[in-house]
Design a binder for this molecule. Sequence first.
Ligand code: UDX
Length: 439
Amino acid sequence: MTLRLSVIGTGYLGATHAACMAELGFEVIGIDVDPNKVAILQTGKVPFYEPGLDEVLERNIAAGRLHFSTSIQEAAEFADIHFICVGTPQLAGAQKADMSQVFGSVEALAPYLKPNSLVVGKSTVPVGTANEIELRLKATAATGVEVAWNPEFLREGFAVEDTLRPDRLVVGVRSQRAEDLLREVYAPLLEINTPFLVTDFPTAELVKVAANSFLATKISFINAMAEVCEAAGADVTELAQAIGYDPRIGNRFLAAGLGFGGGCLPKDIRAFMARAGELGADEALMFLREVDQINLRRRTHTVDLARKVLGGEFVGKSVTVLGATFKPNSDDVRDSPSLDIAVAMSNAGAKVKVHDPKGLANAARVYPNMAYEQDVLKALDGADLIIHGTEWNEYRELDPAAVAKVVNSRHIIDGRNTLDPQAWRNAGFTYRALGRPNA
Ligand code: UDX
């Protein structure tokens, strides 16, 4: 009999996982506490922007392999394997993770679980969580219920691709049976030679936060080099290209600019430091504090640079920020560097207009008082300064000569180092970028 799966939590991770597991041929139920989200998903629509996900979702709902519900009892009765994909955001007023959704969903599931069910954690959690869940389930769930940890490495914007063709699969297990069940789930991915690593619980949990810490460190490393380049009059993009040819270093994740944001890297490195502190290993992760600081400093530096370009004062000046999302090909504005600097300049007295191809609705929910404009040339109309904050393709394709006609003054700051400096300078703009010399 084919395995039946449930996916608890239908955010970027859960909705993608549910749709992709159905794509692999399983019968899947996706659960969320938000009835609106469930209603949208049930009609085959994705309640957020993730390229390619709509087709997978629609196809599998039509095939009858995938459905959504708010009833966790239904999930427990329907499925043999339950993937926990709920959020672990930063706890308000603290540096650690808010674990209420993880423990809340496990506790809601526990009394209804069938004997021998497998509960598989995918959320990013403090090390020790799998063990804690196992203890709680032993006390409250049916016999033979087991836990496994299977961290998720998907990137927003590439979520479907990363789920169906991952770099690797990591499973933390305590029994051969749990390993065998996960091998059965991921059989189609094992057939395409996806590396499959079997570990204990704490290692599996740590793999995820270690990977994100490494990525964050790589970005902050190149942004620290950008600071030095600014002081020395050097060019960080050339420096990154040159060091990246060394295969030990590699050229990916070396793009200097406004730094990292999103729902993962910033809060994950903070929660990792907090957890290491609880374990008495805080010294080991001191460097992550610096990684966080370098990252945040790029935002304040950009606001300072903007003020300087505008002659020392924001009041009475119009600034257009291109990009609201934390990265292109997503509508996610969580901890977005671009939106963050827009807010900072607005608070300092600038008239700020924000453009984004996909993220404006989410941005307006968080900052309802900012001015948003869906049409890029209208957004640029009358600007004294343009800040390129998120590297959507649309911005690379802008014609600087056409933009020159609508702005008030020709100044641009490229916060992502992906525009063509010469093209903008040829159109009469002062082009400034992070970590690169002036003209
Ligand atoms: C990240 C991890 O990549 C993924 O493996 C994990 O599962 C979740 O967290 P995501 O948050 O989707 O994924 O974004 P990612 O593509 O990693 O980018 C994170 C941030 O870093 C973005 O704000 C991006 O603009 C920034 N970034 C990335 C840089 O500033 N420079 C780079 O060279 C790369």
